[in-house]
Ligand binder design. Structure first.
Ligand code: ADP
Length: 349
């Protein structure tokens, strides 16, 4: 598909170049031959007017005929040079058009590749719980009799897999929606205290269960943006902070305003992230090996890519500082005022 698009675009570019080149050549030919004709015409007229004795008449005629021949020869030479110039333009323009077409289409090619990878990763992740459910059901069906305890176990396990599928599809949906952009109409001044309190409210049960100490420091600063997305942003970071920290540890949410920016931080004392994983954690479906294997912490590697997307949409920046077994701090810098670019709603799940 990209190849045929490159070919078509090359032809278009080359067509434009050649039309311009031919038009320019035609104008040049017209201008130079008319100047030549005018100059030779004047000369011809003066010679024709010269009062010469009769015996010189044949020589004058021969001279004028020679002049005409030279003029037509000059016309031909100009034409040939312009044709050669256009051939050269065709060859060089062809190469330049191809390079330009490749360069124009490269971002689209990259986006298509990323989309293909995303679809493959998403279907792989969606298949895993489905395969688990299918295997469990098949094994149970092979048994002659199924006790009610076994049936209960099967259904409970199936429910767990369904919950995973729900969480995965919710993540995918959030990503797809956030790809649309930020709705300028949804942008308001949101107090940071409100963002923090709404995000922590979602995890209150888990915070109590895991005996997490939460330190929240925020003043009266506000962030301009989409309220639901900003809450989602902190909620996703808080979810990770709780998920990747041991029971009884402490998490800090802080906010500070300075120079037209609000700096938010989510800091934990959890398992941390290896330096080799840090550059990839915002990639879709990326999970550090430690979180995959060690204590089998559930996740799909989508949370941080949603976080990054929300920060980008708010024209902010985010980076993580981490030390394995010491903890992780995510620092976000958001402008207090910004002009959202695209007009489509970013809906929180
Ligand atoms: P996941 O669903 O796996 O948590 P995320 O996109 O939210 O996906 O995070 C990507 C990876 O980054 C995680 O798998 C984990 O390895 C690492 N990570 C994110 N947040 C933290 C944290 N607070 N502490 C330790 N590791 C983290």
């Amino acid at each position: 598909m990209i190849q045929s698009a490159t070919f078509k675009l090359t032809l278009w570019y080359l067509g434009i170049i050649m039309v311009l080149s031919v038009l320019f050549s035609a104008a040049l030919y017209n201008e130079s031959t008319s100047q030549l004709d005018a100059g030779v015409g004047n000369q011809r007229a003066s010679i024709a007017r010269l009062p010469l004795p009769r015996e010189f008449e044949p020589r004058r005629t021969a001279f004028l005929e020679d002049l005409d021949a030279q003029l037509s020869d000059a016309h031909q030479k100009i034409l040939l040079r312009l044709v050669a110039l256009n051939m050269l333009t065709l060859a060089l323009g062809g190469a330049a058009s191809y390079m330009l077409a490749r360069r124009t289409l490269r971002p689209i090619e990259d986006a298509l590749e990323a989309q293909g990878r995303f679809t493959a990763d998403a279907s792989h992740e969606l298949r895993t719980p489905l395969t688990a459910m299918r295997t469990e059901i098949e094994v149970s069906l092979r048994q002659k009799e199924l006790s009610s305890t076994e049936a209960r176990e099967l259904l409970t396990s199936n429910l767990e897999e369904i919950a995973k599928l729900e969480s995965l599809s919710a993540g995918l949906l959030r990503l797809a929606r956030s790809d649309g952009g930020l709705d300028p109409a949804a942008v308001t001044e949101v107090p940071v205290t409100e963002i923090f309190s709404e995000a922590t409210r979602r995890f209150q049960v888990l915070i109590n269960q895991r005996d997490v100490t939460l330190d929240v420091t925020a003043g009266d600063e506000t962030v301009s943006g989409d309220r639901d997305s900003l809450i989602e942003l902190i909620a996703l970071l808080l979810d990770n902070a709780i998920k990747y920290s041991p029971t009884g540890s402490s998490i800090a949410l802080t906010s500070q305003a300075s120079g037209g920016f609000v700096r938010l931080a989510v800091a934990d004392h959890g398992i941390g992230i290896a330096a080799s994983d840090l550059p990839h954690i915002f990639d879709r479906f990326y999970r550090a090996d430690r979180s995959r294997s060690k204590d089998k912490i559930e996740g799909y590697g989508l949370g941080l890519s949603i976080v990054k997307r929300i920060v980008d949409l708010h024209q902010g920046t985010i980076h993580a500082e981490s030390e394995p077994d010491k903890g992780t701090t995510f620092r976000i810098k958001l402008p207090t005022h910004h002009a959202p670019k695209k007009a489509q709603a970013l809906l929180a799940a």
